[in-house]
Design a protein around this ligand. Structure first.
Ligand code: SAH
Length: 566
């Protein structure tokens, strides 16, 4: 098991699942006590949730596999049966609770070692009901000894379970070291007890007489080269007599951001990397082999690594898809949930919501694209989690190119150290094509008819060539108030090479409220039928259509092609 798997999840944003509208009120009350949590409502049954799902069991299992704390407003039995197939699959389960939809009962089910009871208490307080806690150690002692708070790590879970069983069997216990969270609890304390809870960063062999809890107080200051870094850190801790679990973080110079060997080491060790600018004061340095590569520093008490230096910033360039939540990638949803700063056109930032308290929108309608991209890097270089929002796919006539151009033009090592990722999205042409059938089933091209960023003569030339090549064409930005005549001119060019009965598909606001799909012929197409929220598909010589049951028609382009095209 990865060391990190012991991390308590009680404070991570939860997924609140509801099956019916009547549970939404309770779900909102839960959301108020679980900051950052999102309400997932069954599609068609719940209105006004933060996200919609279609299949309950699959959704629950996916979230469980993604290690998300789950609060499910339905019968405990439904939750148990849905998760049953996964229970043997995984050692460390996220917290899972069933809550009565009227808020009258809170039942922690799974995740005893990841803070489920703490979560149950917090929810119980919020709903003013007593949570149904059944863990004996916890009931007797008022605390879960095996789930110490943030900043402390349990050395050995299996040994810990035996230790708690001994206490339940009547053994008494004494405390060595500092455990402020235990002081008031109902443990069977005795000064001459044979069992000891030992809170210390000193390494010692696991024994059934002592429960070892290590405060995370050690910072390993590391410098390149980073070969075998994880091993070096382990050896340095061992030769200083320190417990591995007391390692809180690695600290490196900011210029090392993005160094793959450093990241691999941190991953192996299961600790975060903090980047220093030189001005930070590290905790006291411990004596030890004073090579240049590595030094260990010990803080007087556990501390939050987030308070030391800064994290590696991240810039994720995402596309929302055409609009509907279910057409957005789960990875995109996650990036939006984790973001601290969101940039993009106002409309898209609004579509990305609901946002958490504390997420900063930098919405602007008039900021130039390259400028907005630079703004994103400036924020990310400060260690922030930034998301740049486009509609559809971010790489199709959207922000991804501007972001890369901004980076290409920069020599700032901090910008190049940003964890940059582009996530794909469902582009308008793909969404429109899917609604119509399969008009893009054979070779096609995507063209923007906007001459804001390229000369109109280039557009005409490309239209001509695409028409000659008998490619299906998807027109983005087909028309606007500032560009009223261009579409008419484009159609003139296409009509010279395509038959009047050529299939045309118009998709307006696909995946958004008021979505409209129109299929017609090239001959019948008038620029007045098109606006800037429309995606135009012009078929090739093989694109065809037939009536569909219930009205309208299916349009598709077959996979085959005549042997000798005209
Ligand atoms: N990156 C986006 C495209 C941005 S260009 C994508 O991949 O979809 C903007 C153009 O995309 C609009 O003028 C329109 O032609 C098209 N478009 C975007 N969203 C649309 C939608 N939901 N329905 C129809 N067309 C859309």
């Amino acid at each position: 098991m990865h060391d990190d798997d012991f991390r308590a999840l009680a404070d991570a944003p939860a997924a609140i699942l509801i099956l019916g509208q009547q549970a939404l009120g309770t779900a909102r009350r839960l959301q108020a006590v679980l900051p950052g949590s999102r309400i997932h409502g069954l599609d068609g049954r719940v209105q006004g949730a933060d996200a919609a799902y279609t299949v309950f069991g699959d959704t629950l299992r996916q979230l469980y596999r993604d290690d998300v704390p789950l609060v499910v407003l339905c019968a405990a039995g439904i939750v148990i049966r849905s998760l049953a197939p996964l229970l043997l699959e995984k050692g460390a389960e996220p917290p899972v609770l069933a809550v009565a939809e009227d808020g009258s009962a809170v039942v922690p089910l799974l995740g005893g070692l990841r803070g489920v009871n703490r979560l149950a208490r917090r929810i119980g307080e919020g709903l003013a009901v007593a949570p149904a806690i059944t863990t004996s150690g916890e009931l007797r002692f008022g605390t879960c000894l095996l789930d110490p708070p943030a900043g402390y790590a349990l050395a050995d879970l299996e040994q810990g379970k035996r230790f708690v069983a001994d206490l339940l069997g009547g053994e008494q216990v004494r405390l060595e070291g500092d455990a402020p969270w235990l002081a008031t609890e109902r443990l069977p304390w005795a000064d001459d007890a044979r069992r000891t809870i030992r809170v210390s960063c000193v390494a010692s062999a696991s024994s059934d007489d002592a429960l070892l809890i290590h405060p995370r107080v050690i910072v390993a200051r590391v410098r390149p080269p980073f070969e075998e870094l994880a091993l070096q850190v382990r050896q340095a801790l061992a030769s200083a007599g320190l417990a591995f679990h007391s390692l809180a973080c690695l600290a490196a110079e900011a210029a090392m951001m993005g160094n793959p060997a450093l990241q691999a080491a941190a991953e192996t060790l299961g600790v975060p990397i903090r980047y220093l600018e030189g001005s930070e004061v590290l905790p006291d340095r411990l004596p030890g082999p004073s090579g240049d590569g590595l030094s260990l520093h010990q803080a007087p008490a556990p501390f939050d690594p987030a308070t030391l230096g800064r994290a590696r910033g991240r810039l994720t360039v995402i596309g929302l898809g055409p609009g509907a939540a279910e057409f957005m990638l789960p990875a995109t949803r996650r990036a939006l949930d984790e973001a601290q700063d969101l940039l993009g056109y106002q409309t898209y930032v609004d579509m990305a919501g609901p946002l958490r308290v504390g997420q900063v929108r930098h919405a602007s309608d008039n900021r130039e694209e390259l400028e907005r991209a630079r703004h994103a890097f400036t924020l990310a270089a400060q260690g922030r989690q930034v998301v740049m929002i486009s509609s559809g796919d971010p790489g199709v006539f959207a922000m991804a190119s501007a972001v890369l151009e901004a980076l290409h033009g920069s020599h700032d090592p901090l910008w190049h150290g940003v964890d940059l990722q582009v996530l794909p999205g469902v582009s308008a042409a793909l969404a429109t094509a899917a609604r119509a059938g399969a008009p893009l089933g054979h070779d096609f091209c995507m063209l923007s008819l906007s001459d804001n960023l390229k000369p109109w003569s280039t557009i005409e030339h490309r239209l001509e060539q695409a028409a000659l090549a008998d490619l299906v064409m998807a027109f983005y930005n087909p028309i606007s108030r500032a560009r009223p005549w261009q579409l008419g001119r484009a159609l003139e060019i296409v009509r010279r090479h395509r038959a009047p009965e050529t299939r045309v598909v118009l998709g307006r606001d696909i995946g958004r409220p008021g979505e409209r799909l129109t299929t017609l012929t090239l001959e019948a197409l008038q620029p007045e039928q098109v606006d800037m929220r429309t995606l135009v598909i012009i078929g090739s010589s093989t694109t065809t259509g037939f009536p569909r049951r219930g009205g309208g028609e299916w349009v598709y382009t077959p996979r085959w092609y005549p042997v000798a095209p005209k």
